[in-house]
Design a protein. Structure first.
Length: 228
């Protein structure tokens, strides 16, 4: 009997087992593709000091270098971080220079991999210290899934990806996963026969790879007036 597991493993699967979930690697892949296709080559990564943060930053670094890109710096922040001081140092900016015209010039794009409460503090500092014209990309981690325009206005201009159902109806991502899991369970055979042919669900465009893992592609949106 076909079985759909709501996680991913590194071990070979029995032929009747399929895997589906919210893989951060799927989202990291889209960040790399967008930055590479936009002609950028030098990225600055900002991520939390955690297993998740180190894991996704390392994944991005390896795949970014594989397409010929360079990671110029990686900043890991924690709950004890002095963001103003750290961001100024990261950007080679002088805190006593009110114009902030002197800052590092070797960054084409910034990957800001932070949850909303930290991203709302970091994003304004990036602009304050001179990176106003540098694109900032992120994953779904940067958006809570619930409208908060007053607070999310700090994220204006940031491009990120998220589940269609979350963006359209402000639904919890786990709800979207559950809904798609049910849909997938009813169409496993068809998806298996049509490998890499997308099925459009609440979590994104879904395709099945040759190892029976179901992957997602998410739509890109840009935060504007505190709304995605």
């Amino acid at each position: 009997m076909p079985t759909l597991a709501l996680n991913y493993t590194q071990t070979p699967l029995p032929t009747n087992v399929y895997e589906f979930g919210l893989s951060p690697q799927d989202e990291a892949t889209q960040l790399i593709e967008k930055a590479h296709q936009s002609g950028f080559s030098r990225v600055l990564i900002i991520a939390p000091q955690s297993n998740w943060g180190h894991g996704i930053a390392q994944n991005i670094t390896e795949h970014w270098q594989a397409v010929g890109g360079r990671v110029v710096d990686t900043y890991y922040f924690s709950g004890n971080s002095n963001f103003s001081q750290d961001i100024a140092q990261l950007l080679h900016a002088k805190t006593d220079d009110l114009t902030h015209q002197q800052h590092r010039q070797d960054v084409d794009v910034i990957f800001l991999l932070a949850q909303p409460e930290n991203a709302r503090l970091i994003a304004p500092l990036l602009k304050y210290y001179g990176m106003t014209n540098t694109p900032i990309y992120s994953t779904s981690v940067i958006y809570s899934g619930m409208p908060s325009p007053n607070r999310d206005s700090e994220l204006n201009g940031i491009a990120f990806i998220d589940a269609p159902l979350t963006l359209q109806k402000n639904n919890n991502r786990l709800y979207a996963v559950g809904r798609d899991a049910y849909y997938i369970s009813q169409h496993l055979q068809r998806m298996n026969q049509l490998a890499n042919f997308p099925v459009y669900g609440g979590t994104g465009a879904l395709t099945m790879s040759s190892n029976r893992q179901i992957h997602r592609r998410l739509p890109w949106v840009t935060m504007h007036d505190g709304h995605p």
